[in-house]
Design a protein around this ligand. Structure first.
Ligand SMILES: Nc1ncnc2c1ncn2[C@@H]1O[C@H](COP(=O)(O)OP(=O)(O)OP(=O)(O)O)[C@@H](O)[C@H]1O
Length: 252
């Protein structure tokens, strides 16, 4: 399997994320079916169309929902059961920052996860301030979150995740709603992170150069392999579908 040696300067993340015959359904409707994966790479892409089950896969790996069949483990833990262990194992950047942010100011938002990890209020505030400073945003600390742009709120969410120092970060469509300079800056920031990153996207350009790309299609694994191969096959299929009559590919 292709490796990106550019990430080789820091310690690799420990422990695999595994799914064994994992399925998830709602009221008898299958959303993910029979997914078996052992994920150990540092840069992993989850590629798929709208509604293919990408966010549901993320929710399973994060323990936000339990599989209706099969098993999911993160570094050997059951993510739905071991909430405390998961706080250091895995962080999530959701697609919409406004679904993630719950506090009025930036410093409160960044401190929250650290408090959950058991740090005192003073230690959490100090660590949050240090993360802001490390990313050139020390002056944001007292700012009302509502005064920031969507791109800036997205960065607040990412910095809140980084403050907790998880070993893996799940990113759900991290570039949606960002203009091009913001996308370029976020890409640079993400590229420099030592963590394992798992990036969910419908855009094959986002997963270029990733160590491994998984293509989800209608809740099933359609392909799994090096980025160039999987992205090329996905692109060809998207172009084939695009050439069909409008919506002929959408069930119902
Ligand atoms: N709790 C739920 N109840 C009912 N249907 C659900 C539930 N969760 C997901 N679904 C359905 O399962 C399918 C897959 O959803 P999911 O959000 O995982 O897809 P996705 O690939 O992330 O899509 P998008 O790119 O549009 O965000 C969708 O049709 C969605 O409506």
């Amino acid at each position: 399997m292709m490796r990106d040696m550019g990430h080789g300067t820091t310690d690799p993340p420990t422990g695999a994320i595994t799914l064994h015959r994992a399925s998830y359904g709602v009221q008898g409707r299958p959303i993910l079916q029979d997914i078996t994966l052992s994920l150990t790479e540092r840069r992993i892409g989850i590629l798929g169309r709208n509604g293919s089950g990408k966010t549901t896969l993320l929710r399973l790996m994060a323990g936000l929902v339990a599989p209706t069949a099969g098993t999911v483990t993160v570094e050997g833990m059951d993510p739905a059961a071991d909430r405390r262990g998961m706080l250091r194992a895995l962080g999530i950047l959701f697609q919409n920052p406004d679904h993630q942010i719950i506090f009025p100011t930036v410093i409160e938002e960044l401190s929250f996860g650290l408090r959950q990890q058991g740090h005192s209020a003073a230690a959490a505030a100090a660590a949050a301030q240090a993360v802001l400073a490390a990313h050139g945003r020390a002056h944001w600390a007292p700012a009302p979150v509502a005064s920031l742009s969507q791109g800036q709120r997205q960065l607040v969410c990412l910095l809140a995740v980084l403050a907790m120092r998880p070993r893996t970060i799940l990113l759900d469509e991290p570039f949606s709603g960002l203009d091009l300079p913001m996308q370029i800056r976020l890409t640079r920031l993400l590229d420099g992170l030592p963590q394992r990153l798992m990036t969910i996207t419908h855009d094959p350009r986002v997963v270029a150069g990733h160590d491994r790309v998984i293509w989800l299609d209608e809740g099933r694994l359609r392909a799994d392999g090096p980025a160039a191969e999987v992205a090329a096959a996905y692109q060809a299929e998207m172009e084939r579908l695009g050439a069909l009559d409008a919506d002929a590919d959408i069930p119902g």
